[in-house]
Design a protein. Structure first.
Lengths: 118, 276
């Protein structure tokens, strides 16, 4: 009985860890795809991502995606920036992706996961 | 109601970011100053090269395409339409000012009688109708598109020369300017967001052309084959930001063209060129 309980815990712990890391890796890939997609984020139209080898762009309109974690220690603020960049800069040319329903909450969260991985 | 008043006040107090210059020449100088900053070392006369401004390779390729344009057939089609007599027996040359030579750079013109703008395309439709024909659609590539691809070339080399000389004309200019700075579409972007503020920067892998130098070379042939009149190109950019485009030939796009063309005053026309 005892050993079964330990096993069960171990298995559960393993499952939780492996599923969540797998889920996060999946989020990063999905977020990357959304960020690249011309019909979705199309973030690469304005931002370069110099540390992401897959990102092909010459964009220099917005700041490059580097050290995003340091720039945005709070995930919420990063989400906000994508949801409606006008809140931090009323004259911004960055589209209000959430406020104008270009991207859903889920999609923005996936993009946030991707950005935080850079 | 209170909300409406607040929004109204807001609009009066904080109009969209524009130059403070009210007179057309002041606005043009303001644009020039921004580009001088964004495109250091590039001569104003080179702005006509648009997205190719920064690339000697692209320019070389451009000139070699222009030596034997793949769209020559469209220009020939336009020439044939131009030379075919209208139902009255007159030709376009008989009907247009100066036989249609070296005139395109004056249009759109503000007509003091009708208080409307007259574009080069409207001038052509006017000829057509006065001589027993039926006006072409402003976005028909095979008629208006091809015809102007030829007819505008008869003005190659003349300088853009748009005049804003009356109160009525100034109103149209201001309407065009307001449009240029108005944020539109799902992406909430104005023409000025890209072609003024970020003219000379890269949008993905495309250099954004500065507003000055754009209208002098229309129609263009994108990918060397697909004809776009200036209004059709405006529509493409409107669609790209998720806005519903105004119709080609509409008063809105005429005003936009009036303002936009004024900015290029002094630059030489060269119609029917290759664009990516």
């Amino acid at each position: 009985m005892f050993s079964f309980r330990i096993n069960r815990k171990a298995i559960l712990a393993y499952l939780v860890v492996s599923l969540s890391t797998r889920a996060i890796a999946g989020n990063v890939d999905d977020g990357r795809a959304l960020a690249y997609d011309y019909e979705k984020g199309n973030c690469l139209a304005c931002h370069a991502a110099p540390t992401d080898e897959l990102a092909v762009t010459r964009a220099n309109i917005g700041p490059p995606f580097v050290n995003v974690r340091q720039r945005f220690p709070e995930r919420g603020l990063l989400f906000e920036q994508i949801w409606d960049a006008r809140r931090s800069n009323p004259n911004t040319i960055m589209p209000p992706f959430g406020a104008h329903k270009i991207l859903s909450t889920t999609e923005i969260n996936l993009i946030v996961d991707y950005l935080l991985s850079l | 109601m209170k909300k409406i008043i607040i929004i109204f006040l807001y609009l009066i107090l904080f109009p969209v970011a524009t130059s403070n210059q009210e007179d057309p020449e002041g606005v043009r100088q303001f644009f020039l100053k921004v580009f001088e900053n964004n495109l250091p070392g590039v001569a104003v006369s080179d702005y006509v090269n648009g997205a190719m401004i920064r690339s000697a390779d692209a320019l070389e390729q451009f000139e070699s395409i222009m030596d034997f344009p793949p769209f020559q057939g469209d220009i020939e089609l336009g020439k044939a339409i131009w030379e075919t007599p209208l139902p009255s027996g007159a030709t376009y040359a008989d009907c247009l000012p100066n036989r249609g030579v070296n005139i395109a750079g004056h249009y759109p013109i503000f007509d003091e009688q009708s208080k409307k703008l007259i574009s080069f395309e409207m001038l052509i439709n006017d000829c057509l109708e006065k001589n027993g024909g039926v006006a072409y659609s402003f976005d028909d590539r095979k008629t208006m598109g091809a015809l102007t691809a030829y007819a505008r070339k008869l003005s190659d080399g003349m300088s853009m020369d748009i005049k804003v000389e009356s109160e009525g004309a100034l109103q149209k200019f201001e309407a065009g300017r307001a449009f240029y700075f108005k944020r539109i579409g799902q992406h909430n972007l104005a023409c000025a967001s890209c072609h003024l503020t970020h003219g000379g920067k890269y949008f993905r892998d495309e250099l954004i052309s500065p507003a000055i130098g754009q209208p002098v070379h229309f129609p263009v042939f994108r990918a060397g084959e697909r004809l776009y009149t200036l209004h059709m190109r405006y529509q493409r950019c409107m669609e790209a930001v998720g806005a519903v485009p105004f119709a080609a030939g509409s008063e809105e796009l005429n005003s936009l063209e009036y303002f936009h063309s004024y900015l290029s005053n002094g630059l030489p026309l060269r119609a029917s060129v290759y664009r990516r």
